[in-house]
Design a protein around this ligand. Structure first.
Ligand SMILES: C[S@@+](CC[C@H](N)C(=O)[O-])C[C@H]1O[C@@H](n2cnc3c(N)ncnc32)[C@H](O)[C@@H]1O
Length: 205
């Protein structure tokens, strides 16, 4: 097991849902951005590094029917499946490292909250971007949330690369046009604040 995978498996097997800094009872900003980009419930949506996030619960509740959640950690996905019960069967679950994943199709919406920012080296970033290109098509929406330029320098004890929507836009390249951006001050379950930057891109070609 790679060091990164064992790190995340340990997190999800030893910590309760509300003991991780990124916990949100509802991912309001993500929901708003996804609903605006893809109001049609048949939209094909993938949540990259979805972990045990409740975003998938809320997307199901809004009637979305084509949902995929990918995460490095089997334990994270198992938590979500357990929570969802019989509704878990309505979701495609993928246990994979995004830097090694070969998407089987192009999604209408690629959503990533707090995953790309862990990729601090040029090779792993390039591998993520190759998956992003393979998993999207012209017209797809890409929503990526990272720690903002003034945000923390690490998350879950791991270093992160911080971005503004503009610096992320440069990293994604001209094929992805920046269409929306939002800052969010996330409050951790223990009351500290973390500044997130959300950027929405439309794949142009
Ligand atoms: C900070 S958590 C965010 C989880 C979720 N997106 C949320 O907002 O609640 C980062 C997640 O990314 C996953 N992750 C980290 N590196 C990954 C990789 N290379 N491929 C896939 N998932 C990864 C972790 O297992 C973890 O669930």
């Amino acid at each position: 097991m790679s060091g990164t995978r064992s790190h995340w498996e340990k997190v999800y097997t030893t910590k309760a849902e509300t003991e991780v800094s990124w916990y949100q009872p509802h991912s309001q900003r993500s929901l708003e951005l996804i609903s605006a980009a893809a109001p049609d419930p048949v939209a094909e949506i993938v949540d990259i590094g979805g972990g045990a996030s409740r975003l998938v619960d809320d997307l199901l509740a809004r009637g979305y029917t084509d949902l995929t959640v990918l995460d490095l950690s089997e334990a994270a996905l198992a938590k979500s499946r357990l929570r969802l019960g019989s509704d878990a069967g309505k979701v495609a679950w993928v246990a994979a490292d995004i830097t090694e994943w070969h998407p089987p199709r192009a999604y209408d919406v690629w959503h990533d909250r707090a995953v790309f920012h862990f990729l601090t080296g040029p090779e792993e970033q390039a591998a993520y971007l190759a998956a992003l290109r393979a998993g999207t098509a012209a017209g797809s929406t890409v929503i990526i949330a990272t720690f903002a330029l003034d945000g923390p320098q690490s998350c879950s004890g791991l270093p992160v690369q911080r971005y503004s929507p503009e610096t992320l836009s440069v990293r994604l390249g001209p094929a992805f046009g920046l269409t929306r951006q939002a800052e969010e001050m996330h409050e951790t379950p223990w009351g500290t604040q973390q500044e997130f930057s959300y950027a929405v891109f439309r794949r142009e070609a």
